[in-house]
Ligand binder design. Structure first.
Ligand SMILES: [Zn+2]
Ligand SMILES: [Zn+2]
Length: 647
């Protein structure tokens, strides 16, 4: 009888199998339905083909198209099929590399004698589907360096030969599917039959190995799925994301822009965008006041010494904006990259007793960090941004309650802005790597435990990641999913033992002794710029009433009702609604269309009928006509909606 090996599964259960059982045999022994959708496996954390024969005891995991590992194998395998299809249609082409990316994959191809402007993408897609239907297995073969070179010399593929040059004999593998052989270390999905929907998304130029001195190749970007409906859904979201791009909407709705003259990455808030910004800040201010925060204001710069003390100079000094010199003496100042040092100084303004803690210092603080111009992206990656920052100074015992209260605030914000789906990640230290972290190990244990307990108490499911903590303390990150299922990191809570020590902060404890407080950094929005960019895309520019730059517009049908319309407009304006009136000599249909483009939540349409009955007709954004009513009724309805987000 064959020797048995012991296989452990992610749920900690284990089972014995004959030695050299394949991953596929093992997954099939667990569940037929899981086996059907499993694409790759991992053995002791190495990703392997399902045909891999397990040589010893170890841990095994299985991945489907729902997992990152599964997606990556699926798309990488699809790249082979793309290449097979291209070679079929355009014999003699040469292949560079074909890796998976976040969404899909690409393949860099030298189209040789063929005119790249005439590449028939439809034909390539159709051929891919045809090849997939053959359910060809991806077969792994170990080859010697010399036979690998021989194979690609015969094929006259200089690109693959260039890749082989850097590989060692004994580590080279080929994969074959159908009639196509590629140099690849794998792993791949079992066979091409899993690929049922294909779309080539883009065609672009790319230099071989990213080196502009080298040959230019043609890069085909594509994506594949195991169902047509998944591809349709992906393409819909892609189209929708383009329409909702905050850079596009920001310009169309006149929210913000960037001026070349002011400088790259420095956001300029226009009046309409500033209304959203101010309202979000006011909302946060109110919530913070309720929770015992105090608001402060500090300057945009600080002496270089301040940041040397805080340690930020080490982190941002060389790679960010350089110190500002002054004419008279040797002082140097830095644009502030973080608000924390200023807040530490505010804490230290006077002595504190344990009775005063926690002290919660909040500020909408604008910070400046230099990003390479290639890294800049609309409002999500800028060089100057305003954080909804706060620093909580508390005792070790208070950390858990403070963290719970910050979680409450973050969830309230998500709820107020209809971010319904979110994930939570708790980042702890790597226990085997103590030297990476500063501070007392016991305090770390307490803080890490506090974060875990706080999340548990809120009945939130969290993903615990070891080794992701900052060197000065553990943290919790909130990742929200927007309406297109894209994930964004918002909201951070971070415990810090280091900064209070660096600033020699203290309080007098119950024994009349000086004790160092713990610092909690937190920012529910993150930054106003990034948050509003994400919100804009999440709601496609259809901001809730309380944030809409323009809440109401009065639309008289003709000039006979202009006087009455103006009265209505004045009433609403006096009631402090952000309201306008359109008295242009235009058809009402045109006025409605223009108001829709501006995404104004309510149109107040006035004709003679309405005037005679002292009423107004209401047309609501997206919903359409909602009927006639008295102005008092309208106001009642608006007030109710305006208070929706406050709970
Ligand atoms: Zn491959
Ligand atoms: Zn901070």
């Amino acid at each position: 009888m064959d020797k048995l090996i012991k296989i452990k599964f992610p749920d900690s259960s284990s089972k014995s199998y004959p030695i050299n059982s394949t991953c596929f045999e093992i997954v099939k022994s667990i569940s037929n339905s899981l086996a059907k959708k499993t694409l790759v496996a991992s053995f002791n954390d190495f990703i392997v083909d399902l045909s891999y024969k397990i040589p010893s005891d170890g841990t095994i995991k299985f991945f489907t198209l729902d997992d990152v590992e599964g997606k990556s194998a699926f798309w990488h395998s699809s790249a082979h099929v793309l290449a097979e299809s291209v070679e079929n249609i355009y014999p003699g082409v040469k292949f560079g590399i074909g890796p998976p990316i976040d969404n899909g994959f690409y393949y860099d191809i030298d189209f040789n004698k063929y005119d790249t402007s005439k590449i028939d993408l439809d034909r390539i897609e159709n051929k891919m589907l045809e090849l997939s239907k053959q359910k060809s297995e991806f077969i792994r073969e170990e080859v010697s360096k010399s036979s690998a070179i021989k194979f690609f010399k015969k094929k006259d593929d200089n690109l693959k030969l260039d890749l082989i040059k850097d590989l060692n004999d004994g580590e080279i593998t080929f994969y074959k599917q159908g009639n196509f052989i590629d140099l690849c270390k794998g792993p791949h999905i079992p066979n091409t039959g899993f690929i049922k929907a294909v779309k080539i998304l883009n065609i672009a130029g790319a230099y071989w190995r990213g080196d502009e001195k080298k040959q230019q190749l043609t890069r085909l970007y594509a994506i594949t799925f195991s169902k047509q409906s998944e591809l349709d859904n992906y393409l819909y979201k892609l189209e929708e994301a383009k329409k909702r791009d905050h850079r596009k909407l920001g310009k169309e709705l006149e929210l913000f822009f960037f001026s070349e003259k002011v400088g790259q990455g420095l956001p300029m808030w226009l009046p309409r965008g500033n209304i959203i910004r101010e309202n979000l800040m006011n909302y946060m201010r109110e919530e913070q006041l309720k929770m015992g925060y105090e608001h402060v204001s500090t300057p945009h710069i600080g002496s270089k010494e301040l940041y040397v003390t805080s340690g930020h100079y080490d982190k941002y000094g060389e790679s960010s904006f350089q110190p500002i010199k002054v004419p008279s003496d040797n002082d140097e100042f830095l644009l502030k990259p973080m608000n924390c040092p200023h807040h530490c100084e505010i804490y230290d303004f006077k002595p504190h007793s344990y009775k005063e803690l926690p002290i919660r210092i909040a500020e909408f603080g604008t910070v400046y960090r230099y990003e390479q111009s290639g890294e800049l992206h609309g409002m999500t990656r800028v060089r100057g941004f305003t954080q909804d920052d706060a620093h909580i100074f508390c005792t070790v015992k208070q950390v858990k309650d403070e963290v719970i209260s910050v979680i409450n605030l973050i969830l309230k914000v998500f709820n107020a802005l209809s971010f319904k789906n979110y994930n939570v990640q708790i980042s702890l230290r790597d226990k085997e790597n103590h030297d990476k972290y500063i501070g007392d190990s016991k305090l770390w244990d307490i803080a890490e435990n506090d974060l875990i307990e706080a999340v548990k108490e809120k009945s939130i499911e969290a993903n615990i990641v070891y080794g992701e903590a900052a060197f000065y303390g553990p943290k919790i990150d909130f990742m929200v999913k927007d309406s297109l299922d894209r994930e964004w990191q918002l909201g951070t809570v971070q415990v810090d033992y280091q900064l209070p020590k660096r600033f020699k902060l203290n309080y007098i404890d119950t024994n009349n002794k000086k004790e160092t407080p713990v610092l909690i950094h937190r920012a529910p929005f993150g930054s106003m710029e990034r948050f509003i960019a994400i919100l804009t895309e999440h709601c496609a520019g259809n901001f809730p009433l309380w944030l809409s730059p323009e809440q109401l517009i009065v639309l008289p049908i003709n000039d006979k009702v202009n006087t009455y319309a103006k009265e209505i407009y004045t009433t609403l304006k006096n009631a402090k609604y952000r309201c306008s009136i359109d008295v242009r000599v235009e058809k009402i249909s045109k006025k409605i269309r223009d108001a829709e483009l501006k995404k104004i939540p309510y149109m107040i349409i006035i004709g003679e009928n309405e005037m005679n009955k002292s009423q107004v007709s209401i047309r609501k954004k997206i919903e359409g006509d909602i009927g006639k009513m008295k102005i008092k009724e309208l106001e009642k309805m608006l007030i109710k909606e305006l208070n929706n987000h406050i709970n």
